[in-house]
Design a protein around this ligand. Structure first.
Ligand code: SF4
Length: 448
């Protein structure tokens, strides 16, 4: 899971501070690394490192990034690959001059592409898919970087949103099914690209539109041009963006994420009505769906858990050991809210079950009479091949247990999931969504 950003603006605009703020707004999409590459139209200036945006950058490092064009990345790498060499953006000198690239997503034909590139003499320095795309691009026989990118795109299978930059242009590209998000925005003196509208509005820019599935957007001093790379009507936008990944103030296809999550909660309340005293969310990503559930069911909504905001999201920490440590530090029950109550605990998903079991135990210790677990998504049963680093099927609790077995494992009084039909109805995305992690129905070829 990653967040990408790109900007092409007049020389009067200083891209580095704006890029820094945009990466801050995308921080929820990746907390392991951050990086910016900036140019004033000649050489590329780069700075990246491991950690949060605020840890990687300071005034001194931003001051060394002059220029009005930039790309940036906040990242979360595949397990075991989180080291600075893999931090993005990547950059290199090519026959097109200096070039930089950053990616949100993942290629399902990575292995084949990698072997082919190595067989034909490529030197690969990272294990990222971005490097494969950059290599395909520079090995194309086409004369312009734009045509070379079109050539490279024909080789890619997967879910991806790419931003790439040469000193005189910025390009954005989205996979043919639009699995991963990418939005075009306008700021005074230029244009920008970002994974979410929250990054665009947070720097005072205006979202213009989503980059279409299979579209290549080229931004240079002449403005914005667009090319459609694939002629397909099919879409498969990641439904997990609505449930968990995207920020509540972002908009997807013109719909606010918070309101969509509320609607998911409402549908859930109609599907799974319960006789309880209070609805509490697992903060933060299930706050909206819990509000919707409570409103629809006519049950009081309360803040029964307090989040320590200085601990990162448990879902995107790299090892099991730090994850368990994080859960204990992160959430605490409010005793007077839950004591003696029949509680509905609402969460956006259950992945490994570790967090859920810990939270239910804490609520019981705090005096809750009953804890009913309600989940704003169907059981998470399959791995994601499109850039979300969910665990292996063996670690996914719902892939190897029945719902009753999961209930017993997390020690809930009852356990209820949203149906896939209910989810599709709530996001008005029937037939236009990827829901493979819930259904196993992958919209592209996948390895194995
Ligand atoms: S498999 Fe799940 S997380 Fe991955 S792209 Fe599809 S819906 Fe999103």
């Amino acid at each position: 899971m990653s967040g990408v950003f790109g900007m092409f603006a007049d020389p009067s605009v200083s891209a580095a501070p704006l890029g820094y703020m945009a990466l801050y707004a995308l921080q929820h999409r990746g907390q392991e690394s951050a990086g910016l590459v900036v140019t004033e139209g000649d050489v590329l200036h780069a700075h990246k490192g491991m950690g949060l945006t605020s840890e990687v950058f300071d005034d001194a490092s931003l001051a060394k990034l002059p220029g009005s064009h930039a790309i940036g990345h906040v990242g979360y790498s595949r397990s075991g690959e989180n080291h600075v060499t893999n931090a993005e953006p990547l950059w290199a000198t090519s026959r097109f001059g200096p070039a930089a690239i950053a990616l949100d997503g993942s290629l399902t034909n990575r292995k084949v592409l990698r072997e082919r590139l190595l067989d034909t003499g490529a030197l690969l320095q990272t294990t990222t898919d971005s490097e494969l795309i950059l290599q395909l691009m520079v090995r194309s026989r086409k004369e312009s970087p734009e045509e070379a990118m079109v050539d490279a795109a024909k080789e890619l299978i997967g879910g991806y949103a790419v931003v790439a930059m040469t000193p005189d242009r910025l390009v954005g590209m989205r996979d043919p099914l639009g699995i991963r998000p990418l939005v075009l925005g306008r700021l005074e003196g230029g244009h920008m690209l970002a994974s979410e509208t929250a990054a665009i509005t947070s720097i005072g820019a205006e979202p213009v539109r989503e980059v279409e599935p299979g579209e290549l957007v080229i931004i240079d001093r002449n403005g914005v041009r667009s090319r459609r790379l694939f002629d397909r009507d099919r879409r498969a936008f990641c439904v997990f963006e609505y449930i968990y990944l995207a920020r509540q103030d972002s908009e997807i296809e013109g719909h606010n994420v918070h309101l969509i999550r509320k609607e998911i909660g409402r549908v859930l309340a109609r599907e799974r009505p319960l006789d309880v005293d209070v609805v509490i969310p697992t903060p933060d990503s299930s706050v909206s769906s819990a509000m919707g559930y409570a409103e629809e069911a006519g049950i009081p909504y309360e803040m029964g858990l307090v989040k320590n905001r200085y601990v990162g999201r448990t879902f995107i920490q790299p090892t099991q050991a730090t994850r368990q440590f994080g859960v204990r530090l992160k959430l605490h029950p409010i005793r007077t809210v839950v004591k003696g109550k029949r509680v509905v605990l609402l969460d956006d998903s259950i992945v490994r079950g570790t967090t859920t079991a810990n939270v239910i135990r804490m609520l019981r210790e705090a005096g809750a009479k009953e804890v009913h677990m309600v989940v704003a998504s169907p059981p998470f049963t399959h791995p994601c091949h499109y850039g979300i680093d969910v665990p292996t099927p063996a670690e996914l609790i719902a892939s190897r247990r029945t719902i009753e077995e999961v209930r017993r494992h997390i020690d809930a009084d009852s356990l209820h999931y949203l149906s896939l039909e209910g989810l599709q109805k709530a996001v008005e995305g029937n037939g236009r969504l990827c829901h493979a992690c819930f259904s196993g129905d992958y919209p592209t070829e996948v390895p194995g």
